[in-house]
Design a protein around this ligand. Structure first.
Ligand code: HXC
Length: 275
């Protein structure tokens, strides 16, 4: 799924993440892959974690063809052993971990009446518990003086969220609940680990982004044309927009930002039909 609109070049210097090591869950496709690509273009070594080997392989060859040092690591964020193994392998390959991005997510449209409790739990397990598990297991690597890092700089965490839980969203009760929990994790970890370890924890809440699995699942044409009517900027976002926000939050540009979830949706969540 390619974005149909050409993306501008990055306004950031190409070395803002030079030498940094990033692990991105769900980094094999969609927004996750865009983040990984831009991290790589700005100097980072990147590891991507996902469940589907063919998707990981395709992503890694695409990244390497752009001159980016990348590895793909199979794993499911719902499994603590996978989280531990993937983190270990990332640090073994690249020497340390500086940036953890939790972009893995599950999603499908279903009414609350038709959603089984196990379906609800599945999305909570991927989005919320998976995010906590990855953060929990990554902590020792992100602390100052952790494996491969010196005593002066701590790592940082970025959680990919959404805006649908700010109000209520049709047929998304599971994702809404899961992303609300993710936002809570962002705030609480920012408080505890910011205070204790200087580890910044932030989030991004993307609006409708063209060319993503999330967008194509959420009722392709209807969702797009409807949101266009309501959208202050009258256009869908691009994966690039989310990647630029991620560069800001994970680089030194965002060094005083902690515990915030940056909404990148063109103002859509605020909007109402014009009277
Ligand atoms: C109803 C469903 C369902 C569906 C699964 N379930 N798909 N219920 N409608 N379409 C239910 C199953 O019936 C089952 O419950 C339970 O969920 C587990 O299903 P499995 O297929 O066994 O799970 P699994 O193979 O682990 O797959 C989980 C998955 C995941 C959540 C379906 O594979 C998935 O969605 N992957 C897509 C990733 C994706 O689209 N990422 C982009 C996210 S975008 P029972 O009771 O039958 O056992 C995003 C943006 C959100 O997050 C914001 C948008 C605005």
């Amino acid at each position: 799924m390619e974005s149909s609109t050409p993306t501008p070049s990055s306004p950031f210097k190409p070395d803002i993440l030079k030498g940094k090591v990033a692990l991105v869950t769900g980094g094999g496709s969609g927004i996750g892959l865009e983040l990984v690509t831009e991290f790589g273009k700005h100097g980072a070594f990147v590891a991507i974690m996902g469940r589907r080997k063919p998707v990981l392989d395709a992503a890694v060859s695409s990244l390497r063809s752009q001159g980016i040092q990348a590895i793909g690591l199979e794993g499911d964020v719902r499994k603590r052993d996978d989280a531990i193994r993937v983190l270990e392998l990332t640090v073994k390959q690249f020497g340390r971990l500086d940036i953890l991005v939790n972009a893995a997510a599950g999603n499908f449209l279903v009414s609350a009446e038709d959603l089984s409790p196990n379906g609800f739990k599945t999305v909570m397990d991927i989005d919320s518990v998976g995010t906590f598990t990855m953060c929990h297991e990554a902590l020792k690597y992100l602390k100052k003086g952790g494996p491969g890092r010196d005593l002066s700089v701590a790592g940082t965490i970025l959680n990919i969220s959404a805006t649908l839980h700010y109000t209520a969203s049709w047929y998304q009760i599971h994702v809404s609940a899961a992303k609300a929990a993710v936002d809570s994790l962002t705030r609480n970890l920012a408080l505890e680990w910011g205070t204790d370890y200087d580890i910044r924890v932030n989030g991004i809440a993307p609006g409708p982004i063209e060319g993503t699995p999330g967008m194509s699942k959420l009722g392709p044409d209807e969702a797009k044309s409807k949101s266009k009517e309501y959208m202050p900027l009258y256009k869908l976002g691009q994966r690039w927009d989310i990647a630029m926000a991620a560069l800001y939050l994970t680089s030194d540009a965002g060094k005083y930002v902690n515990g915030t979830t940056l909404i990148v949706d063109g103002g859509l969540w605020l909007s109402r039909p014009r009277h």
